[in-house]
Design a protein. Sequence first.
Length: 143
Amino acid sequence: MPAALAGLAHREAFDDVLRRADIVVLNAASRRGTKGLIGASQFALMKPGAIFVNGSRGAIVQEHALVEALDSGHLRAAGLDVFATEPLPMDSPLRTHAKVTPLPHIGSATHETRRAMAELATDTLLRALGGETPRSAFDLTTA
C-alpha cells in the first residue's frame, strides 16, 4: 500500500459492510464462488432504506430476492446495469419496478471508456497475432 494511504483503508468483514453501508455498490467478478452471492440474507443485513447498485455481473444477484427486498420496503432503491438474463426479459419485474433504475448494460458507455476498450482490443489482437502474451490475458481455468 502506498505510504500516503497508510491508515486510511482497512479490511471489513463482508456482512459488517452490508450492515453499515447506506449504499452498496457491487463490483465483483463473476466466478464460481460469486454466483448468487447476494440474496435474501444479504439484503436483510442491509440497513432499512439502503440503496443497492449492481454494475458487475447479473448472475451474482438473486433477482427474486432483490425484488422482495424492494417490495417489502426494506431497500429504498436499486440501480442495475446488469441482469441475470440479458437483454432483460420483457416480463421481468425489474423492467418496470418503481424502485429500480435499469440500464441496458451501458454503465461504461462514455467516449473515453469506449475508446480505451477499442484500443485494448486492438492491442490484444496485435499482440496475439505477433505471438506475444496480451496484457489483459485471462485464464479461464481459474475463473
